[in-house]
Design a protein around this ligand. Structure first.
Ligand code: ACO
Length: 399
């Protein structure tokens, strides 16, 4: 019963597109995604090649600055990031303000938001030097904050970063190391985590990246915008899916319910049961990242001694789903997070940290997209329209 002509009168054409299924909110030169063909490229380079030949730091440089770095450029980027890993001492006290069992994601988003109170000299979105400082500070400090959020949630002391180490090594030591005990770095874990971070580094206008852009479109600073992105990523339909997948596999294992029966419940949409880690707004074919993670899961779990029974349940779920008409007709395939949780678990991370790991990976994408938007002369404050369906004008009751 809504009179669309009322809106048309004021604005010309209006599209109604819940979830922005068919609406491009921006142009971008960062990531190319073809969901029908299962293609993903960062700055033109196929994800498969970057996964095989590049490091996370190199891919971060590529996303943020547009080209693969030379050896000298990469070294400079690395050194600058290493120099900025330390946090202001007062920031450490900040972690004491949360309940002991706090989930590390909201702790991380709060800490990233708090960076704008500690680093007030890097808040101007239109000052190139300040934007560069915010970029380096975020790349350096977010993994440290993430490791501290983890330490907080398990009640262990926080270590100082060791700047003789690269980003991934430092993060692992801060997450698993203990004072006065040497931390034995497993090169398999370093390599696997580096690769998983590459696979998560950007995915064009997904929910958290669109959030970063929306908040940034009001000229909010980079810390504030990224903090908002972390909150969006926390949702179980987005980054929170990796944690939800492992919980789902565990529930199936604990209940002893046959996989086929669980899939039947999903198909019947029983109490909103979904096959977590399946489906994607854009991929209507196998997610190319999921392919890489699936291959890696076997190798890593064999080397690290992960939970084979959960992997077997995951593979059986995939097998059943991919031959079932419900999933075939809806073009539902495993997404990147169907297998990642099993790997993170084998590395020693608790479930609550899975989405935090996703946030570390997605950071360079958020930064690159925010920076691109700030330089784009077409950028306008994000402000969608609505179709008003509430009460028409009402008489205020006399009292
Ligand atoms: N399990 C069962 N059914 C599903 C699933 C699923 N995982 N995903 C979609 N469907 C069904 C829907 O119920 C719907 O069926 P209908 O046509 O009978 O109503 C149909 O497939 C289309 O799904 P939509 O919800 O309309 O698809 P949308 O693009 O809005 O959602 C999303 C995409 C949110 C990823 C969805 O597939 C989902 O909830 N998946 C599970 C959560 C998940 O894994 N999220 C991670 C996404 S990837 C990432 O962030 C890294």
């Amino acid at each position: 019963g809504y009179d669309v002509s009322k809106l048309l009168k004021t604005t010309g054409a209006v599209s109604y597109d819940p979830g922005f299924v068919n609406t491009a909110a921006t142009s971008s030169a960062i990531t190319y995604l073809d969901g029908d063909e299962g293609i993903l490229r960062y700055r033109g380079y196929p994800i498969e090649e970057l996964a095989e030949h590049s490091s996370f730091l190199e891919v971060s440089y590529l996303l943020i600055y547009g080209n693969l770095p030379t050896a000298a450029e990469l070294d400079k980027f690395d050194q600058r990031i290493r120099r900025h890993t330390m946090l202001h001492e007062d920031l450490k006290g900040f972690f004491g303000g949360f309940p002991r069992d706090a989930h590390p994601m909201p702790v991380l988003s709060s800490a990233v938001s708090a960076l704008s109170t500690f680093y007030q000299d890097s808040l101007d979105p239109f000052d190139d030097e300040q934007v560069e400082m915010a970029t380096i500070r975020l790349m350096a400090k977010l993994p440290v904050l993430a490791a501290y959020a983890h330490k907080k949630s398990i009640g262990q002391p926080m270590l100082y970063p060791d700047n003789s180490m690269g980003l991934v090594e430092n993060f692992l030591r801060l997450s698993f190391g203990l004072p006065a005990e040497p931390y034995e770095m497993d090169p398999i874990v370093v390599k696997a985590l580096d690769l998983l971070l590459i696979l998560h580094a950007d995915h064009e206008q997904n929910c958290s990246t669109s959030t970063v852009r929306m908040v940034g479109s009001a000229n909010a600073n980079m810390f504030a915008s990224v903090s908002a992105g972390i909150n969006a990523l926390f949702g179980p339909l987005h980054g929170g899916a990796n944690e939800a997948v492992l919980n789902m596999l565990r529930d199936i294992q604990a209940s002893g319910e046959p996989v086929e029966k669980f899939v039947e419940r999903v198909k019947n949409k029983e109490a909103g049961v979904k096959l977590m880690g399946f489906g994607h707004r854009v991929y209507k074919n196998y997610d190319p990242r999921a392919k890489i993670v699936k291959n890696m899961a076997h190798e890593i779990l064999a080397k690290l001694g992960g939970n084979d029974e959960l992997l077997a349940i995951a593979m059986r779920l995939e097998e059943v789903a991919l031959t079932d008409e419900y999933f075939i007709s809806r073009r539902l395939y495993p997404n990147v997070d169907f297998y990642t949780g099993l790997i993170y678990k084998a590395m020693g991370f608790p479930e609550k940290m899975f989405t935090v790991l996703f946030a570390i990976g997605r950071l360079p994408g958020w930064i690159a997209q925010w920076r691109e938007m700030m330089k784009d002369p077409e950028t306008k404050i994000g402000r969608p329209r609505q179709l008003y369906i509430g009460e028409p004008e009402r008489m205020y009751p006399s009292r």
